[in-house]
Design a binder for this molecule. Sequence first.
Ligand SMILES: Cc1cc2nc3c(=O)[nH]c(=O)nc-3n(C[C@H](O)[C@H](O)[C@H](O)COP(=O)(O)OP(=O)(O)OC[C@H]3O[C@@H](n4cnc5c(N)ncnc54)[C@H](O)[C@@H]3O)c2cc1C
Length: 460
Amino acid sequence: MQKQVDVLVIGGSAAGIAAATTGKAFYAGKSFLVVRREPQAVVPCGIPYVFGTLQGIEQNVIPNAHIEGAGVELLIDEVVSIDRQAKSATTAGGVEISFDKLVIATGSQPRVPGWLKGRDLQNVFTIPKDRDYLAGVREKLESCHKVVIIGGGFIGVEMADELMKKGKEITLVEVLPHVLSLAFDSDLSLKAEGILKERGVVLRTGEKVQELAGRDGRVSKVLLESGDSIEADAVILAMGYAPNVALAEKAGIKLNELGAIRVDEYMRTEDKDIFAVGDCAEKFSFITRIVKGLMLASTAVSEARIAGMNLFGLSRLRTFGGTIAIFSTSIGGITFAAAGVTEALARERGFDVVSAGFEGIDKHPKTMPGTAAQFVKLIVNRESGLVLGGAVTGGVSAGELINVLGVVIESKLTINELLTMQFGTHPLLTGPPTGYPLLKAAEAVEIKLRHLAPCTEKNG
Ligand SMILES: Cc1cc2nc3c(=O)[nH]c(=O)nc-3n(C[C@H](O)[C@H](O)[C@H](O)COP(=O)(O)OP(=O)(O)OC[C@H]3O[C@@H](n4cnc5c(N)ncnc54)[C@H](O)[C@@H]3O)c2cc1C
């Protein structure tokens, strides 16, 4: 079967949907087709909640109406080859699709290290964005009590937190000294670890897994390099994701040193009619400019929107400037969020930084029901006063406050601009105007920058 479209998008998850629907909004007269492997795509960020908070995988799917309702055609099939010269792609179902522009949004898949002996034993699971596989994992975990999670990044931590809600015995193994250490400095990682431990999660940080051992073909133990072993009815590998680029590579599209599709700031590959967005595309840091492997849906969608807007004409005003790495999660009901660089990374890359934090409240007065502590930390370049990073912990509103901080970083605002900014407040919704934690944290940084002693009741 032959098909002809103006824009073909391969992949229909976060990035593919955003590229197609944004493109359609900007170029309403063009035809858009999304080809996606699975009939139902899961909400990727909602996956951990399928194992605790939600009733099942059915509560965590992206409605196809998001695509079709925007005037974009959806074809459930798998693209198996791309012919760049002929500007066509072929699917497993035998459809040959000619296109004017192509957007590759093929995403990522879990990394399973080749060195990990025992990785093929029964009850060793990964967390792919695959509805049927995840439904199977959920069912099999019902009869497992002792679960070992390998990897203390946000997916490992979220899985631990959710499975605790089901009364499982959870051990989390992380090779680095702390969990979540790519997002947070050790002060906040320690805070997160404290909450996990309070909830009963056994943390084995700074420990490397050597192999998985089994009995009758099923995993029974995780062996650590230290010589210790942990009993396991099931093991979840949360060891990162690899860009899904086999299709692009086969078509001769250039990859970078981390195996992601190389793109420019318009999200174009070296072929000017082929774009790549989301987890399969190259990432670099907004602050350090270093190429990195960080994969976030928020970054994927931002890239996809930029590709969608630039499909039929480039705009110098609509470019991707690098990932701000805005990250948020909830551990034991407490929000942990970060944006930009950590203090440790900033120093490692050569920035002279000053950091300070302030703990206030997220409603006011503090007697207001549901008031939570809200802590804001800012990381500021001493020489320029530019805000390079920060973190927020607290109640639900911390998840939006980190987006404010993201805007501050992306807009290249200095500490002085932040100090004079106006923020709306309300007793039921925000911290107090007199003690708005973001502004008080900025004040704390300024005091340090000026080498001033903080005001106390005694001296102030
Ligand atoms: C458990 C988990 C929790 C997460 N939580 C968060 C979070 O809280 N916040 C956040 O920002 N990010 C989170 N992420 C990361 C986020 O999910 C990814 O960054 C996001 O899914 C990337 O979207 P994507 O569209 O690029 O790729 P993917 O979601 O990987 O989708 C790729 C799509 O392409 C399809 N595809 C691939 N090859 C073909 C082909 N040849 N033909 C047709 N279709 C094809 C796939 O089937 C899939 O539908 C989480 C990830 C996981 C796994």
